[in-house]
Design a protein around this ligand. Sequence first.
Ligand SMILES: NC(=O)c1ccc[n+]([C@@H]2O[C@H](COP(=O)([O-])OP(=O)(O)OC[C@H]3O[C@@H](n4cnc5c(N)ncnc54)[C@H](O)[C@@H]3O)[C@@H](O)[C@H]2O)c1
Length: 310
Amino acid sequence: MKRYLISGGAGFIGSALANQLATAGHEVRVIDDLTTGNRDSLLPSIHFTRGDVQDVSRLWSLLQDVDCVYHLAARVSVAESILYPGDYNRINTGGAVSLMEAMRDAGVSRVVLASSGAVYGTQSQQPVQESTVLNPDSPYAVSKLAAETYIHTIGRLWGIETVSLRIFNAYGPGQPLPVSHAPVVSRFLRQAVTGGSVVLYGGGQQVRDFVFLSDVVDSLVQAAEAPNVNREVINIGSGNGTSIAQLVDQMESVINKKINRIINAERTTGVKTLIGDISKATQMLGYRPKVSLAQGLERMAQEDNRFKLK
Ligand SMILES: NC(=O)c1ccc[n+]([C@@H]2O[C@H](COP(=O)([O-])OP(=O)(O)OC[C@H]3O[C@@H](n4cnc5c(N)ncnc54)[C@H](O)[C@@H]3O)[C@@H](O)[C@H]2O)c1
């Protein structure tokens, strides 16, 4: 049995991780301010604290006797970060620094950071490897890169093991559906099952690396256990590129229904292509994604009432 603290552990990825660790018999503590998270998604055995990841003294008391910390607390919308870069700097970057300060004083030995594939920005060479020169193009991406750098630097100074996972486009049951800037998979699937239309910017030609929730959780579990990963940054994706138009094709076969597409060829959103090279994850963590996009969409439709065909 090990003790874990998960910041942002009431969120989409954090709650799945927390529940999996608790089910495996570990003691799990969660700190989350519930800006987007939901404490009801956590199993009753999990010790939940509502609080801010910038609160060093609160963190310090939660960190006592913890073996490993997962740092997931963050603001997660690229579009919102363009409007409110100060918040992203304060919470995503400042939160990582606060956590490291508290960890240093509590004597915790390892932290796993949920970083993002967004740090790569526009890249002509695909799939992207960890050695690629980074080209972050939003305050969100910069805040994640700064968090990586702070965690690795403070870790080196104080002898804390650190590992950053650059997660690509995660999707799965429980994925948030905020009113504005919802992630593409949950937004499109919800539209599809309720009989709405989907808007394909740039004709839906942007290519992304969609990785299913349980594969991301497996990689986080592996990152806490793996030897020789200190100071490493590791891509976590599916290793495959899927265009947004192909995503809609897949949704049509899963729900067995035609989805009305509205093509907006003039406007585009985000980088054209972003696919992660996952060979380092395979080699260092033994990571192998198990769930195909078709299977993952099927599971979303079966396991989450919001995505059941109406
Ligand atoms: N979902 C993805 O595709 C994806 C991809 C790359 C990286 N990530 C990273 O993974 C992590 C989890 O993302 P998610 O998709 O589960 O998003 P999420 O919004 O569901 O989870 C983030 C959690 O952090 C909490 N939080 C926000 N600000 C906080 C604060 N100041 N103090 C304490 N808690 C706070 C929120 O309430 C929420 O529960 C984030 O760090 C995100 O940047 C996610």
